[in-house]
Design a protein. Structure first.
Length: 89
């Protein structure tokens, strides 16, 4: 049986590519036997779904803040950031 560390690696890899049959079977067997890894698997899937929803939302046509701020406000923000960087040196 594979270790939890190996299972975590396989779970992560399975999000990006289809695992070979032997690895899929070993991972499934581990998930059936282990108490903690199924929770980790659900967390990985949740994070993947959440980031997918975030990307879809970000792709919508929403104006960037810089497009909705006046030039005066943008310049004041820029000066404040530069001043903050200089004071932290």
């Amino acid at each position: 049986m594979i270790t939890c560390e190996e299972a975590a690696r396989l779970m992560s890899e399975s999000l990006d590519r289809r695992l070979p049959l032997g690895q899929r079977m070993a991972l499934r067997m581990h998930l059936l036997m282990c108490k903690l890894c199924p929770r980790f698997w659900r967390q990985l899937q949740f994070l993947r779904n959440a980031t997918g929803r975030f990307v879809k939302e970000a792709e919508r046509e929403v104006p960037f803040p810089s497009e909705s701020l006046s030039m005066d406000v943008r310049e004041r923000i820029k000066r404040a950031v530069v001043a903050g960087l200089k004071s932290s040196d």
